[in-house]
Design a protein around this ligand. Structure first.
Ligand code: ATP
Ligand code: MG
Length: 595
């Protein structure tokens, strides 16, 4: 070893004595195996007391700040290990731990920033960081190691990069990215790192969870067996969703994608489901409107909003869905049911593309990096229904994807379609025709949900999908013909009524028993003679009649969840009674056949 090794010693108040210096030198000489060391002494009051020695890319910490950090970490570890909440025990354990606590010399790896910009920093000098490790920069900004190369590491930044410049020190923390979680977050709006942004003060967390977490394995799961009702007739009847399922909502812009997710959240009132809405790259005003809707309908009482708006940096948009999922996992492992909405994953993929290009990863199809499939698969795979031994909790995911001109075969849509257990396809044409929600019955599918559908719903829904498909075909076929036979006319009338029934205004979810009553009535053709324009009005009055006059039917339906032949008969009798008592005007119209 010919060249003299340089080291820098920072001290707070008093410079180290000769004896201390020689001891420190001894440690360094042994570690780096060199004959001598050139030690530079610098005063730095920020370390509180003691001193810190940096040599090559290592840092030895004898400072007060470093010791406090070690003690804190040790105590954190301890409380995580025990899980025992009895204060007395913890205090005695703590005191014995503190007595035996042996202060090790803190040894941290440090590097320097060589390049920074657009929420990315390259760091030179850190050789051992792991993927996803949190790196702390001078000034407190945190980042996450995303790209580990031979000569440098690429880091995405979670804070303002204005204080970071070439030469800024960056320190390894040996920790993975995590967010605070807990019951206190319910009803709150947080950013992608778990910091409250609703101005309602601090949130007391119950613990921390890593943002990235492996998905539950096969043994830890069970199949979907409980319904997650959306309250939207066209979805619950034809594309039922189960707790633990992943159902994609896909469609062009402004086709009602967010509305379906929001209505589903609103419908979870009183159903013991915790809802998490993750906004990714949305306009801040859109997010504000969504929060307003949730508050107005009382859904905020059981919801959490994780918001990363379009003005946030790409790294925050990238991390937001994982943070939301970490929050959901906290509840799932307590045996609770969660619903998580990712609005939307197209923008998530775009944020990830921006990061990847800045990190100089090679672009692939549509300029997305090669691992963009993994980006969404590792996210959605975490939604599951846990086995009964593990508490039976679940995460149901409703990812949203925006398509361009209805093209479901482009890169990101096909990826997410193949990851999820089905999709609800929304179509602009239907939306503009006034068919809202604009669900395309032919292209939508739910692959697992029927196992979770209530018996009553399954029986009542019967052939509705086939009827609709036949109607559509017939409607196109008979578009220009005038003299139709009676059966075709009836089929068209039935289809028209069905289509009209599937239209549903916003924020008006239907309970399971209401949906069943409508389906039974329409299935038996009891609504076919109602003029299309009056169907919506009729439906509302019919449901009101059942609610006030036929409470026992509603109760039996929602309690048993089954539709016996007897009950079906009872419903039809009640519908007939209602039809009889309908006002004269309607009757006259019916009799004159004025469709
Ligand atoms: P974006 O692509 O901008 O995110 P989106 O697909 O999420 O749009 P929404 O914001 O949910 O669409 O809805 C678009 C508009 O359509 C809104 O103004 C909403 O009020 C209206 N809308 C959605 N669903 C319905 C419905 N069932 N009945 C009436 N209006 C609806
Ligand atoms: Mg939207």
């Amino acid at each position: 070893m010919s060249e003299l090794l340089k080291a820098k010693l920072r001290y707070a108040g008093i410079a180290p004595s000769e004896e201390q210096l020689s001891k420190i030198k001894g440690i360094l000489l042994e570690k780096f195996d060199v004959p001598d060391i050139d030690m530079e002494l610098v005063q730095d009051t920020s370390i509180g007391g003691g001193f810190i020695v940096s040599c090559k890319n290592f840092e030895y910490d004898w400072s007060d700040a470093g010791r406090a950090r070690q003690l804190r970490a040790e105590l954190n570890n301890l409380s995580r290990k025990t899980g025992d909440r009895e204060t007395g025990k913890i205090i005695s354990m703590l005191s014995s731990k503190v007595e035996n606590f042996d202060l090790a010399i803190g040894d941290r790896e440090v590097g320097t920033v060589t390049w920074v910009g657009d929420g990315i920093a390259n760091i030179d000098g850190i050789e051992h960081a792991f993927y996803g490790e949190i790196i702390e920069f001078e000034g407190g900004t945190k980042g996450m190691a995303q790209d580990i190369r031979e000569d440098h590491i690429g880091c995405i930044l979670f804070g303002n990069d204005t204080g970071i410049r070439q030469g800024t020190r960056a320190v390894r923390t040996y920790k993975e990215a995590g967010i605070p979680v807990g019951e206190a977050f319910i009803g709150r709006v947080i950013d992608a790192l778990g910091t409250p942004i609703d101005g309602l003060g601090d949130i007391k967390e119950s613990g921390y969870r890593p943002v990235e977490q492996p998905a539950p394995g096969i043994i830890e799961r069970q199949s979907v067996n409980e319904p997650m009702e959306t309250g939207i007739l066209s979805i619950d009847t034809m594309f039922p969703i189960g707790r633990g399922q992943r159902e994609l909502i896909i469609g062009d812009r402004q086709t009602g994608k967010t509305s379906i997710a929001l209505d589903t959240i609103i419908n979870q009132k009183g159903k013991n489901v915790i809802c998490i809405y993750v906004a990714i790259g949305q306009k801040a005003s859109t997010v504000a409107k969504i929060i307003q809707t949730l508050k107005k309908t009382g859904a905020m009482d059981y919801s959490i909003v994780v918001s990363s708006t379009a003005s946030d940096m790409a790294p925050l948009q990238y991390i937001a869905p994982y943070s939301g999922t970490a929050m959901a996992e906290y509840f799932m492992h307590q045996g609770k049911d969660c619903l998580i909405v990712y609005d939307d994953l197209s923008k998530h993929a775009v944020a990830y593309r921006a990061i990847s290009l800045l990190l100089e990863r090679s672009p692939g199809r549509e300029a997305y990096p090669g691992d963009v499939f993994y980006l969404h698969s590792r996210l959605l795979e975490r939604s599951s229904k846990l086995s009964s031994e593990l508490g039976g909790g679940s995460i149901t995911a409703l990812p949203i994807i925006e398509t361009q001109a209805g093209d479901v075969s482009s890169y990101i849509p096909t990826n997410v379609i193949s990851i999820t257990d089905g999709q609800i396809f929304l179509e602009s044409d239907l939306f503009f025709e006034g068919m809202r929600p604009a669900v395309n019955v032919g292209l939508s599918v739910s692959r697992v949900g029927s196992a979770a559908q209530t018996k009553a719903m399954k029986k009542a829904a019967g052939s509705i999908r086939v009827d609709l498909a036949q109607y559509r075909e017939m409607a196109v076929f008979t578009q220009f013909s005038s003299d139709l036979d009676e059966t075709t006319k009836n089929q068209l009338a039935h289809g028209n009524v069905l289509m009209e029934l599937l239209k549903q205004p916003l924020e008006h979810p239907l309970a399971m028993h209401e949906q069943v009553i409508i389906l039974v009535a329409v299935g038996a053709g009891r609504l076919d003679m109602i003029p299309v324009k009056k169907v919506r009005d009729y439906k509302e009055r019919l449901l009101a009649y059942f609610e006030t006059e036929q409470g026992d039917i509603c109760e039996e339906l929602s309690k048993s969840g089954d539709l016996s032949d007897q009950l079906k008969k009872k419903i039809l009798e009640a519908v007939d009674a209602f039809n009889d008592s309908e006002n004269k005007i309607l009757k006259e119209e019916l009799e004159s056949g004025n469709h």
